[in-house]
Design a protein around this ligand. Structure first.
Ligand code: HEM
Length: 533
């Protein structure tokens, strides 16, 4: 077939070239004569062969001298199939293979940095890198969302948001968060009762309580119980839609389509809440949630003479505020659920640690378990705080933070990461560095006492990242978890069924116990410690 078409072309060219330039015509003719002798199949396989060779050569050029497979074992796709089901042990092997290592998946060249200094250097080099988001994130979070800003625009926007997460602002959110904690202590006990107090999976319950706590802190009473339940029930569809490996086009009834629907529905709710918060601020109402705090900053800026206040807290639209609040939920949900799962598991497995938390909780309340949460009260919870810090170090929810290289980046003396590559600083190795954390695979809250080696090693504390994109919610996390675990420790007793998979790490955006956390809760008298059904 291909021969036939080429025969016709050769004939046409012969006609043309005999009337124009005979010598250039000969070269073209010879080439076409040759092509007329080969079939489409040959052309097809030649293209494939050239493509495969180029794939390997390009991999070698980008890899340079860093660790990584000598060639792509699976041509083109690379370890794509493994990446669909990521395993912690495989990540760890990669980190151990060298300070910089690489893989190539399809056309994406990925460089992984596993030392503390390299990780810090990447996180603090906004000139060369920016956070890498999956293609579909732009559609789900919307292109106008602040998280996609870069450089100065990003820094300026963040300055506006910082005011929502100061100590003073956070203390205003505590009373409504405490109501959610009270509700869920009862809920967890009821849930266990419904299963005759036999241990059952609590992974989903942990995600739900985290979502409810965030929504209350962000939207206060503007969001209804039904809306909280709906978002908490459906939010996992957003996580699934934003997994690293997903189809970039949103087709009906696919994971990304369901994810977008939930994101739109949630942002619609937030938009309504933003308007109510603005109305509240206009009446000089007291702020009790993030949206209130934001609306008040906007309101105050209008009457202020300070040009900085005016610049940082210009008129933000309801839509813009709803998109930002959605990113808070998105950033917090998986990482906080991960921390919650490990914290409840670890405390149940170490009754001595839980006992000390309980003693401290009564002590800071001067023996009055009914004392409501305030920031000064939480500040006194030194040991509880050490337990949370050690959980974050021992099981850091975020293992790695993907960035993308904007221009060739000399990340190490012997290596320049090429433009367009994905560059991934890892956080786990710095948090398990035996030089700073003796016996890093043991859970030792006492290592965080003031003045200790661990406490002084600020450069290793990468749990919340570093640089211009460092976690906006880190103070919020420490405050919320101290309040939460303290109250659960006083008012409930929980037991954990240890399985061979309890200490094995499952990677699902963040990390979780592989057996999904088998727990059971009972009511506890905070003063006598008596447990009742
Ligand atoms: C245990 C819980 C959490 C952990 C371990 C965690 C960790 C992180 C990490 C590692 C980053 C990337 C930092 C970087 O690129 O340098 C990040 C970014 C971020 N986090 Fe968190 N996070 C947690 C909870 C939260 C919460 C509760 C909120 C909001 C209330 C939040 C809001 C954000 C935001 C908005 C960013 C992006 C900041 C930016 O791009 O400027 N996070 N977080």
């Amino acid at each position: 077939m291909s021969g036939l078409i080429l025969d016709n072309v050769v004939e046409d060219i012969q006609n043309i070239t005999t009337t124009t330039s005979p010598s250039s015509g000969n070269v073209v003719l010879n080439a076409l004569n040759y092509l007329s002798t080969i079939s489409y199949w040959k052309i097809f396989f030649t293209f494939i062969f050239v493509g495969l060779v180029w794939d390997q050569v390009s991999y070698q050029i980008k890899k340079g001298s860093i660790a990584g497979p000598n060639f792509k074992v699976w041509p083109i796709i690379g370890p794509f199939l493994e990446s669909l089901d990521p395993k912690f042990e495989e990540y760890k092997a990669k980190w151990d293979s060298g300070p910089l290592s690489c893989v190539s998946i399809f056309h994406k060249f990925v460089v992984i940095a596993s030392t503390r200094e390299l990780a810090r250097k990447i996180l603090q080099s906004p000139k060369f890198v920016k956070p890498c988001v999956v293609d579909v994130a732009i559609k789900i979070l919307r292109p106008s969302n602040w998280v996609f800003l870069d450089g100065k625009e990003h820094t300026d926007y963040r300055k506006s948001l910082n005011g929502l997460f100061t100590q003073q602002a956070l203390s205003q959110y505590l009373p409504s968060q405490e109501l959610v904690m009270d509700e869920y202590i009862k809920k967890f006990i009821e849930f266990s009762k419904s299963n005759d107090y036999k241990p059952q999976v609590y992974f989903h319950e942990m995600r739900e309580i985290m979502c409810a706590l965030s929504l209350k802190a962000f939207c206060g009473d503007y969001i209804t119980k039904d809306q909280i339940r709906k978002v908490a029930d459906d939010y996992y569809l957003v996580t699934a839609a934003l997994e690293l490996v997903n189809f970039p086009i949103i087709l009906p009834y696919t994971k990304t389509w369901y994810g977008k629907k939930v994101a739109d529905m949630t942002m619609k709710i937030f938009e309504g809440c933003a308007q109510m918060a603005k109305d509240h601020a206009a009446k000089n109402g007291k702020p009790v949630c993030v949206l209130d705090a934001w609306a008040k900053l906007i309101h105050d800026a209008k009457t202020s003479d300070d040009p900085d206040a005016k610049f940082l807290h210009r008129e933000f639209s309801n839509r813009e505020m709803s998109e930002a609040v959605f990113t808070f939920l998105f950033a917090s949900q998986d990482a906080s659920s991960s921390l919650a799962c490990w914290l409840f598991q670890i405390l149940a497995d170490r009754p001595d640690v839980l006992q000390k938390v309980r003693e401290e909780q009564l002590e800071v309340r001067n023996g009055n378990p009914k004392e409501r949460l305030t920031l000064p009260l939480i500040d006194k919870m030194k040991y509880t705080n050490m337990v949370i810090k050690e959980t974050l170090r021992y099981r850091p929810p975020v293992l790695m933070v993907p960035y993308v290289v904007k221009k060739n980046f000399p990340v190490a003396d012997n290596y320049t990461a090429p433009k367009g590559a994905m560059l991934i600083p890892t956080l786990y190795p710095a948090l398990h560095d035996p030089e700073v954390y003796e016996n890093p695979d043991d859970f030792i809250p006492e290592r965080w006492v003031e003045g200790s080696k661990a406490n002084e090693a600020k450069r290793n504390w990468l749990v919340f990242g570093s640089g211009p994109h460092v976690c906006l919610g880190q103070k919020y996390v420490m405050m919320t978890f101290a309040g939460l675990i303290g109250k659960f420790a006083l008012e409930s007793n929980w037991e954990h069924e240890i399985t061979p998979l309890s200490e094995t790490i499952k990677v699902f955006a963040t990390i979780f116990p592989k057996d999904d956390l088998l727990l059971t809760f009972k009511k506890r008298d905070p003063l006598t410690g008596q447990i009742s059904e």
